[in-house]
Design a binder for this molecule. Sequence first.
Ligand code: AMP
Ligand code: MG
Length: 412
Amino acid sequence: MPLRSVEEHLAHVLIQVTPCTPEDLPLPAAHGRTTAEPVRAAVDIPVFDNSAMDGFAVRFADVAAATPDRPVTLRVVADLPAGTDLDPGLSRGEAARIMTGSPVPTAADAVVPFEDTAGGLADSLHEIEVVQAPRAAGAHIRRRAGDAAAGAEIVPVGVPLGALQLAAAAAAGVAVVRVSRRPRVAVVSTGSELVPPGSALRRGQIPESNGVLLSALADEAGAEVVLRTSVDDTDTAFLAALEAADAAGAEVVITSGGVSAGAYEVVKNVLQGGGIGFTKVAMQPGKPQGFGRLPGGALLFGLPGNPVSSAVSFETFVRPALLRMQGRRDIHRPVLRLIAATGWRTPAGRRQYLPAAIDRSDPGGWTVRPATSGGSGSHLAGGLARAEAYAVVPAEVEAVAPGDLVDVMLVS
Ligand code: AMP
Ligand code: MG
């Protein structure tokens, strides 16, 4: 049977995805969530005409001719600190001392910074000498709604709320935003050889690492991990874990291990024939993939157990699905085309996803190299620590040579 392409399998996954319901959250709690509705400004930004400088609010006509040789003298009739609600009138020859962000008096149409007066801040509450005319009427005034008017879209629908988006919403007077609920995920590692990291290891045992890998990746993708467990390769233990996932309300179950061609493939053995399909995808690593819907309704991703395979499979299929559940507009990682610093071999007939490190020392010429010294082995879990990207090499390419341009998917 020909292998299924990555695109075909991803499409097969995404078609099964149903969106999470939205909820309303106060801004700080919405950090990292995806907008379920556009965020619209409740107030203008800026809220009112205000000063961009510390200095003096003036009538432009009064000072239009000021030069160092022919300074213009003004009388200071008011002082306007930040937060003031004063709106002093200004007659000819009068100015108001004003601080950055304070409301510009209705009667003023320019601000003269302290730097453009003879006395500066030191001598600023009686008479001042303006030695430099403002550039034009309106100089150093930030106009009301100059950035956004009330009602304007500040953040579109389907984007993640990072610090900058939350700050923009707050500045626009928004306290509560409508965002997607986090998908609830269970992570089930399978393998009779697995023991918790840090445990003493008898012969044949290894530290369990996919649990923390997949739950951290799920968390980074906006999901809430409701269960993380590791079970041995017995049907009863695996079935009990699926029951626990259901009891925890998991909408997505991510398993690792037990889906390939060996004798004790517990995930495959237990689930094959039900709603879960087991497929071979034309990628390396990550060829064996299980996917489908469990009887309780949760989506199940049966990922291969090699740590690099699990990581790549998550990137390729699970993360896009979790983002789509949250209504994310852009579900793909950014891809850069970079120069390969060294060469490496690639598998025939399968797209390669190689954990890669990027040399960023030349901002105009980043280069990419394998993160693992041993090449593309899917068991080289230690090298993952150096990876910040995956080099993605097309199926038909047989080797990458130094200097070749390679597509690089950034994951950090
Ligand atoms: P499997 O897909 O179950 O055949 O596992 C493939 C390889 O990945 C084996 O060498 C396993 O020991 C290893 N492996 C499977 N699951 C994990 C895990 N959760 N943590 C670390 N290594 C694992
Ligand atoms: Mg196994």
